[in-house]
Write a new protein. Structure first.
Length: 324
């Protein structure tokens, strides 16, 4: 049952039935609606400001996970940078030093790249600085790894060349130690066997029986075989080893190689004899580097023990008379 409202009329001094006007009812309704809307707006603002929607909660979780992963990536980059730096230092100070190659300058390894718009695709993002930092570090590492890989390619070529060089450099005695009687004369100033005066001896004289095999002391190509019995060297052979090295084998009885023939270390190239200017059967042996005669005693390191080498050195440095 609808309630009836009354109001007291002071003029008539009695209660009269209250009749609300349409305007009053409209204004009251509008006030209620306005208050409701204001209250609702305040609730919505507070909710958006202090309460996260399910989607926002998921996004915040993803951002937190990404930041955690970025920190891990930065830590991994620190470790990789340290390991790469160690490889670069070893490359410069050990590997390239062994193969006599110039170290790679730090400015080449660091190398510039890109331009001002290199990371424009991440510009304006919330974590722009962090993203640019990580991307920049990755690019720098890629560049350093590329330079290092090129260095290893170069070292691979140097290793191959070094291996070839080590096979070519004279490294054994031309006469087997088992068949060697003794060393008659070493490198340097010695007494000439014929003129009996001091004369420079450019090689080492290995005394052995006629017919004792003479071995190539390193890989190479036969450059000359001379059968001139009247020459000072008599029957002799010259081997071109490359890398600036040559070896000469003189006073042989015969040779079994020809010019242009390739030989390997240990191949028999001839036999001890008594040809040329000599006073007894022996092999005169010379090592030539870039046109200069050098002491062959420094090139017997492959087939002698430390004790045998020490003994050979002592015999070679005796101030005795040469055989040629």
């Amino acid at each position: 049952m609808k309630k009836v409202k009354y109001t007291y009329n002071t003029h008539s001094l009695r209660y009269e039935k209250f009749e609300e006007s349409l305007r009053s009812r409209v204004l009251r309704a509008l006030g209620f609606v306005s208050a409701t809307l204001v209250f609702a707006f305040i609730i919505v603002v507070l909710a958006y400001r202090y309460l996260d929607s399910p989607k926002e909660k998921n996004l915040k979780r993803e951002i937190a996970m990404l930041q955690e992963k970025f920190e891990k990536v930065n830590g991994d980059l620190d470790n990789l940078t340290g390991m790469l730096g160690s490889l670069e230092e070893r490359d410069n100070k050990i590997y390239r030093s062994i193969f006599e190659a110039d170290p790679i300058p730090d400015e080449v390894r660091a190398g510039g790249f890109g331009g001002s718009n290199r990371y424009s695709d991440v510009a304006g993002l919330e974590n722009e600085d962090m993203l640019k930092s990580v991307l920049s570090r990755i690019d720098k590492m890629k560049n350093r790894l590329y330079i290092q890989s090129k260095s290893y390619d170069e070292l691979g070529k140097l290793i191959k060349m070094k291996k070839e060089m080590l096979a070519c450099i004279p490294a054994i005695q031309p006469i087997s130690n088992r068949q060697l009687k003794h060393i008659a004369s070493g490198f340097g100033w010695r007494i000439d066997p014929i003129l009996k005066v001091s004369e420079y001896h450019p090689g080492i004289d290995f005394v052995a029986d006629i017919g004792t095999p003479v071995y190539a002391t390193g890989n190479g190509v036969i450059g000359q075989t001379d059968y001139g019995y009247g020459s000072g060297y008599g029957i002799h052979v010259i081997i071109n080893h490359g890398f600036g090295y040559q070896t000469l084998y003189a006073h042989m009885s015969r040779v079994n190689v020809t010019p242009g023939q390739q030989v390997k270390r240990g191949d028999v190239i001839g036999y001890v004899g008594l040809t040329g200017r000599t006073t007894g059967p022996h092999l005169h042996y010379e090592v030539i580097k870039n046109g200069d005669r050098i002491d062959p005693i420094n090139y017997f390191f492959n087939d002698l023990t430390a004790e045998e080498y020490d003994q050979i050195v002592k015999m070679a440095h005796q101030g005795n008379q040469a055989f040629d």
